[in-house]
Design a binder for this molecule. Structure first.
Ligand code: ADP
Ligand code: MG
Length: 261
């Protein structure tokens, strides 16, 4: 068996809330294999984004560990951190907040390629054109500014920026939740195709079980800061063992009437 790409152990993080401390992460452990998509599903407020932010080091945990590509990820600093960071990219729900809105599509991609020296400078233009094409955007869009394109196009740019640096893991936090159903379907197909081509792993975070089901090899269900259920996607959905997952399944009419495994 190949070694996991990412191993998180017993992550804890609390936040002050109305004079008390609330555990957003109450001892979370998970593993992601190379080339695998782990879907993380759970109701709003259960701690999914906090987990995504702890894994990407946007939020520091109070306890626990993360090993990524064999290194003690939360303890890395300096040049070793910069080198490893390239391999863990994140895509958010509303990418406008994650971009300089005045930047052009090509500018955003050029920055990513330059910062991590992905290709020689002379090849940067060709690489940008390749990326724009790869995520299904028209070539003419490269010169447009981020604020003058649609939400679906912007999310494709966010994915192009994430894959531009040829990462090992992309963490997607409600990345398609704001998009209409047809745009969402095409972006999910794109993610699956990219995974087949590159062997990238995904941590796919969503409150929507139907979306998670469509792309995940394994599914982990979160509730109140804990992972309460986890397993191969089809098995977990066919035979939910917690009420939390039962409610998420009930919210998806298409999954409801399925025969039990
Ligand atoms: N920066 C923060 N400050 C205070 N409370 C926070 C912060 N981030 C998250 N929380 C709280 O932690 C809990 C989990 O939030 P979050 O991780 O955003 O859940 P989810 O992404 O599953 O909706 C919620 O109770 C939320 O209010
Ligand atoms: Mg969230």
């Amino acid at each position: 068996m190949t070694a996991p790409l990412l191993i998180a152990r017993d992550l804890r993080r609390t936040f002050a809330s109305g004079g008390r401390r609330v555990a957003a992460l109450d001892g979370v452990s998970l593993e992601i294999a190379p080339g695998e998509t782990l879907g993380l599903v759970g109701a709003s407020g259960c701690g999914k984004s906090t987990l995504a932010r702890v894994l990407t080091r946007l939020v520091a945990p109070e306890a626990g560990s993360v090993h990524f590509m064999g290194a003690d990820w939360l303890k890395l600093s300096g040049s070793r951190l910069r080198a490893a960071r390239r391999h863990m990219q994140m895509v958010f729900q509303e990418p406008l907040a994650a971009f300089n809105p005045r930047a052009t599509v090509a500018g955003v991609l050029a920055d990513a390629l330059r910062i991590h020296a992905v290709v020689p400078k002379a090849e940067r233009g060709a690489e940008i054109a390749r990326l724009v094409d790869r995520v299904g955007l028209p070539a003419a869009l490269a010169g447009r500014s981020i604020r003058n394109i649609s939400g679906g196009q912007r999310q494709r740019v966010a994915i192009a920026r994430a894959i531009a640096v040829r990462p090992r893991l992309v963490i997607l936090d409600e990345a398609v939740s704001a998009l209409d159903v047809s745009v969402r379907g095409r972006i999910l197909d794109l993610l699956v195709d990219l995974q087949r081509e590159t062997g990238v792993s995904y941590l796919f975070v969503s409150h929507d079980l139907a979306v998670v089901r469509a792309v995940s090899h394994r599914i982990a269900v979160m509730d109140a800061g804990r992972i309460v259920e986890e397993g191969p996607a089809a098995e977990v959905i066919a035979a939910p063992s917690t009420a939390v997952l039962g409610r998420l399944i009930d919210a998806v009419p298409r999954l409801k009437g399925k025969p039990q495994a």
